[in-house]
Design a protein around this ligand. Structure first.
Ligand code: SAH
Length: 251
């Protein structure tokens, strides 16, 4: 999986590359991460990448020429067969909020080109003429797209085969599975007056699975009842949730 990030601050992308799961995946070649300085594609000798707004207003706007040139350059580095399948993503608070469906779509692509805005945002012609996707990481505004790019890269990379140890595990996580995950415990069995639930130490796998499923349903009902509308629920899940007071509108 190839991530090509276009930014005014390439150093900001280093945060993810150097350690842990993503760092190892880059080292082993499963992931390729390049951070390209948009300023390298400016046309004037001052390297101007941003400019004042037509019509007036606060903040600088990322100019179209260097961004179009940087995207052309990024596309040229991609093998012909993969080019048209590579999304060109604009990070933006105006985009679709990143979710599992978008993560799955991106993970199935050969790579991503991600444009990081800064200051007031980007010239509208970038939005209209260059990108295939506009993605937000949540309903708040960041100073720049770099952290959003890192969030996208991290979330997508988990679904690239081999990046996370067990491919099955990532599908069992909260949200991805459609529910919130059950509670997790490790040693010690007793800590500051809190004991690990006896069932988890019973060795009875069927009972453990049942307990985990119920915990997962209970948590989802309490914290994210909206997920239950689309979660893959069995009849016994539904019965259990009904016992907890869940009102299944769909039924
Ligand atoms: N004036 C713009 C916001 C600019 S914020 C507007 O009102 O729409 C500056 C840059 O930070 C954006 O270009 C984008 O790249 C990034 N950014 C800010 N908030 C973001 C969010 N929630 N998700 C993804 N990127 C965001």
């Amino acid at each position: 999986m190839r991530f090509q990030i276009l930014t005014l601050f390439p150093d900001a992308l280093r945060a993810l590359a150097g350690y842990s799961i993503i760092g190892r995946a880059i080292e082993s070649g499963l992931l390729l991460l390049t951070a390209t300085d948009i300023r390298a594609f400016t046309v004037d000798r001052h390297g101007t990448a941003d400019d004042y707004q037509f019509g007036g207003g606060p903040g600088m706007v990322l100019k179209p020429e260097p961004v179009f040139a940087a995207v052309d350059d990024a596309l040229a580095a991609i093998p012909d067969a993969e080019r048209s399948a590579t999304p060109v993503v604009l990070t933006s608070p105006q985009g679709h909020t990143l979710n599992q469906a978008i993560v799955d779509e991106f993970a199935a692509a050969p790579g991503l080109i991600i444009i990081c805005g800064h200051y007031a945002g980007v010239d509208e012609r970038i939005r209209a003429g260059l990108i295939t996707h506009e993605v937000s990481i949540g309903d708040y505004v960041l100073t720049g797209g770099e952290l959003a790019a890192l969030v996208i890269i991290d979330a997508v990379s988990r679904f690239v085969p081999g990046v996370v140890g067990s491919a099955e595990n990532v599908r069992e996580d909260s949200i991805t599975s459609g529910l919130l995950q059950h509670p997790l415990y490790t040693r010690p069995a007793e800590f500051r007056g809190q004991a690990v639930p006896e069932i988890l130490r019973s060795g009875n796998h069927a009972e453990i699975e049942r307990w985990r499923r119920r915990q997962s349903l209970e948590r989802t009902l309490r914290m994210r009842p909206d997920l239950l509308d689309t979660a893959p629920l069995t009849n016994s899940d539904r019965a259990y949730l009904a016992g907890l007071g869940w009102n299944d509108d769909a039924a």
